[in-house]
Design a protein around this ligand. Structure first.
Ligand code: UGA
Length: 426
């Protein structure tokens, strides 16, 4: 986004394969609009990419740290990549005389920017960096709409110790957003770090809330969670976004951010009951989904042929990290079901193949995938799946048992189908 706004950007990528792809203007993962934009800025040489941190830092005024911060199994944050980036930046800055700002964009827990990044920069520049600015500027983009979210952010959070760093960052962003200015929150570094986790946890909580409502609805004959969500979403105090009931949230962000936030909270002496409930409800959605499958299959999944439509953690991405699809495939395989899978993105299929190998069957078109199966489970909201109708199910499937985990089909048009939708009682 910076490069396409005309800012000269020196990108750093240390993985050889990714670097080679990016240099050719090819995105290393699927994201709508990304490849086209990348191609343009690479061709125009506004963006150059290398694995040389030192040269890139020396050529710049601001360095953004954007590395991943996954959660370890116990919920603690893995910050080794952040530490490594800080060390390298510190080494590079030891030969720089101009004022340089280091901005942490990665999601890091409160305290990390100053006590990990700042300290390592100071240590590895061997005291030669007299003055550098440090800031935390969390990102709120969503995969699948990342480019639009970047160009029209609803908020800009700048956490710093004020002064020159804050002034320079605000004027940098003001120059980017000429037509509209996102709401600006200027604060200290720890608050900026905290905001990111509070924000993601609240949205995750909203999903767990609607999934709780959905589970209650599904036990009632005449109450549909879709209508309930639509109605309560019209209350401005609630808001309509992120109120879609489903198989639970997945992906590389919500699960790990909620886990890290819980761990962080315990670490400073508070049991975050509410956050624990959010996570617990989310984990339980897998059991809810499994029970729906057992229900449509009248008691057992053993030996049944099951089609899974959608592999990534949501539509418009090929990312399968913490994808509920992969979790349900694992659970069904352990119960001896025969699994056929489809995703519209070949890269999502490849990512899944790396995990399940030959233990499941892969299909590049969804109609072949549902052919002759005992049950079809719709796991993501890809538009192609929305066209599936009762005639197609009856024509293709051995038994027309359908679980619509995302409620994308018109349940009133499912005559002759043993249809079960999330949050829809029967
Ligand atoms: C999330 C946040 O939405 C972004 O604001 C944040 O910047 C990002 O994490 C991050 O921390 O980097 P992302 O994980 O890319 O973005 O995708 P979401 O659209 O938030 O979806 C997350 C999960 O929630 C998906 O599994 C999705 O299917 C699920 N979801 C979403 C629901 O089950 N119901 C909904 O109504 C919305």
């Amino acid at each position: 986004m910076f490069a396409s706004k005309g800012i000269r950007v020196f990108g750093v990528e240390i993985e050889d394969k990714k670097l080679a792809r990016i240099r050719l203007g090819k995105a290393p993962f699927y994201e709508p609009k990304l490849e086209c934009m990348l191609n343009d800025v690479i061709n125009e040489k506004v963006l150059t990419v290398s694995n040389d941190i030192a040269t890139s830092v020396k050529a710049s005024t601001i360095s953004f740290i954007c590395v991943g911060t996954p959660a370890l199994i116990n919920g603690t944050a893995y910050t080794a990549d952040v530490v490594q980036a800080a060390k390298e930046i510190g080494r590079a800055l030891s030969t720089v005389n101009n004022y340089h700002i280091v901005v942490v964009k990665s999601s890091v827990l409160p305290g990390t920017t100053e006590s990990v990044v700042g300290k390592n920069i100071a240590m590895y520049s061997k005291g030669t960096v007299k003055d550098f600015g440090l800031a935390c500027n969390p990102e709120f983009l969503k995969q699948g709409s990342a480019i639009d979210d970047c160009f029209s952010p609803h908020i800009l959070v700048i956490g710093s110790n004020g002064g020159k760093t804050e002034e320079m960052l605000i004027s940098f962003y003001k120059s980017l957003f000429v037509q509209f200015q996102p709401e600006l929150i200027q604060t200290n570094i720890s608050t900026a770090e905290f905001i990111k986790f509070a924000n993601n946890s609240f949205v995750a909580n909203k999903i767990s809330f609607i999934n709780t409502i959905s589970n209650i609805c599904s036990r009632m004959p005449n109450v549909d969670v879709e209508i309930v969500a639509k109605a309560i979403g019209l209350d401005p105090r609630i808001g309509k976004l992120f109120l879609r009931a489903g198989p639970g949230y997945g992906g590389p962000c919500f699960p790990k951010d909620v886990a890290q936030f819980i761990n962080f909270s315990y670490g400073i002496g508070y049991d975050p009951v509410h956050l624990r409930s959010t996570r617990r409800v989310n984990e339980h959605q897998l059991t809810v989904l499994f029970d729906m499958i057992v229900d449509v299959l009248k008691g057992t999944v053993k030996g049944k042929k099951i089609a899974i439509l959608g592999l990534s953690f949501k539509n418009n991405t090929d990312d399968v990290r913490e994808s509920v699809s992969l979790k349900i495939i694992g659970k069904l395989k352990r119960k001896d079901a025969i699994i056929k899978v489809h995703d519209p993105l070949p890269t999502a299929i490849e990512n899944t193949r790396r995990i399940f190998g030959k233990r499941i069957e892969y299909y590049t078109d969804h109609i072949s995938c549902i052919m002759n199966v005992d049950c079809c489970i719709i796991m993501t909201e890809w538009s192609g799946y929305k066209d599936l109708d009762a005639i197609t199910f009856k024509k293709c499937m051995k038994k027309a048992n359908v679980v619509d985990a995302r409620r994308i089909l018109d349940h009133t048009a499912m005559d002759g189908i043993n249809y079960l939708g999330t949050g829809l009682g029967r």
